[in-house]
Write a protein that binds this ligand. Structure first.
Ligand code: AMP
Length: 433
């Protein structure tokens, strides 16, 4: 957001509407963050069980990191990337997806990179037209499992993804699988596709007429009716490939069958990025409406820093997961975190005493709240009720004089007088707060 300085250097005035974030980007309220955290928590547990460790890469990279891996002609790179120049004229981009940065990182690692099993969580940025389920800043949980093409690895990755969704409460995602064949046979496949499409070239939309020459596989992704009709009549992608590619894909399906996974083959699905080879997949969910892709994944090969990196991975869109969970009415009434103890103070001296006690209890691991604004006893008790605290300590003038405190058990409503000197021990002994 552009900021202009007023005359006084201590005040900054926002030039656009200061109450709104950038279109397509959202604030996340505390209850929303707490829902996300509980999903992240169970995601970390799933990842641990599948032997994956977390990686964090920067949100901004040199633009070339994305150009080289995602492909300069992909829609994400051509139309959707936030690109800027820094003061030295270097071209930088906000990451539109997570794989390229992880590959950049792995290219600089030792031989262990070839067997890395990593996951990431975080924001991605795409300058798309915002609509339901399509944001400019959105969040993904993603996985990269490195290693040469193996049907079992691809199947494992899909099973991990389905398990992740299941643990979040999403059982009815639809897994759609297809193959793009070997990366080094891509030109043969492109040629076969061009031959199949050539008779219909005149009726393709403007974008696809251009894609026909520069990235013909993308025609299969087009949402325009005319193009979809043409694509429908095309032969299945696998039938344009050699026996090796088809056998590989059959093995992937056999592995999924062996593990009892439900899936459908989507014989024309290609997915948008250049780095994919062999298996590609998508998980859709009926609750999502027009943007029904909940997650996507595939096997890829990336040349980076003079190194060839093979892997298989996926990304789940967290905003869409949230949409599905809301539609299924899951997790909406999650409890907010409670305080263990609430301190009520009447008068300045009581406030000072409670203030010091509050700090000691917090240092010792208790969640403690108190009013710092000198509000009335009634207001403080109302706050204590709302806080969900199990114990309320009341300190007023007479308690100070007698060296005592009132200790109220909010669970059963009973109240007793305790010596101030013993209060801390009593509160710290309460194991079941
Ligand atoms: P992709 O990297 O395009 O395969 O996207 C993987 C997943 O990220 C999708 O299945 C969506 O769930 C999510 N996603 C992609 N783009 C957006 C977006 N603009 N807004 C929200 N979620 C998105």
């Amino acid at each position: 957001m552009r900021r202009t300085r007023e005359r006084s250097p201590s005040r900054i005035i926002m030039s656009s509407d200061p109450q709104q974030p950038i279109q397509g980007m959202s604030d996340m309220s505390a209850p929303e963050v707490e829902r996300w955290q509980s999903l992240e928590y169970s995601a970390r547990d799933v990842m641990r069980r599948y032997g994956l460790r977390e990686i964090r890469t920067p949100m901004m990279e040199y633009e070339s990191v994305f150009l080289h891996s995602l492909g300069a002609t992909s829609d994400v790179v051509q139309k959707e990337m936030y690109v800027m120049e820094d003061r030295a004229g270097r071209r930088l981009a906000l990451r539109p997806e997570g794989t390229a940065g992880v590959m950049r990182y792995l290219a600089g690692c030792g031989p262990e990179a070839d067997q890395a099993r990593l996951y990431y969580m975080g924001p991605m940025f795409r300058c798309e037209r915002p609509q339901a389920g399509r944001k400019r800043q959105f969040h993904q949980v993603g996985v990269e499992i490195m290693g040469p093409p193996r049907a079992a690895a691809d199947a494992e990755c899909m099973l991990l993804q389905m398990q992740l969704l299941r643990e979040w409460g999403i059982e009815d995602g639809r897994l759609l699988v297809n193959t793009r064949g070997q990366a080094d046979k891509r030109e043969d496949l492109n040629e076969a596709l061009r031959s199949a499409l050539a008779p219909h070239r005149d009726i393709l939309c403007g974008d696809c007429a251009r894609r026909f020459d520069v990235n013909v596989m993308r025609v299969l992704d087009c949402k325009q009716d005319a193009c979809r009709n043409v694509v429908e009549a095309l032969p299945d992608l696998a039938s344009l490939m050699d026996d090796d590619a088809r056998r590989y894909f059959e093995s992937v399906c056999e592995m999924l069958d062996a593990a009892g996974a439900a899936y459908d083959v989507a014989p024309k699905m290609v997915r948008g990025l250049d780095y994919y080879e062999h298996t590609v997949w998508e998980i859709t969910h009926p609750a999502l409406g027009a943007q029904d892709a909940l997650a996507g994944g595939g096997r890829y090969v990336v040349e980076m820093g003079g190194r060839t990196l093979h892997g298989v991975g996926f990304a789940v869109g967290m905003e869409r997961v949230m949409m599905v969970l809301s539609a299924l009415d899951i997790g909406a009434n999650q409890e907010s975190p409670r305080e263990d103890i609430r301190l009520v103070s009447l008068g300045d001296e009581a406030l000072r005493e409670n203030f010091a006690l509050c700090e000691r209890l917090r240092r010792n691991g208790r969640g403690v709240g108190m009013d710092l604004n000198g509000r009335s006893m009634k207001a403080q008790m109302r706050e204590a009720n709302k806080s969900g605290a199990r114990w309320v300590v009341i300190c007023g003038e007479s308690e100070l004089q007698q060296g005592k405190r009132q200790l109220k058990n909010m669970r059963d409503g009973t109240q007793r007088t305790v010596a101030a000197s013993e209060l801390e021990d009593i509160l710290m002994d309460q194991g079941d707060l």
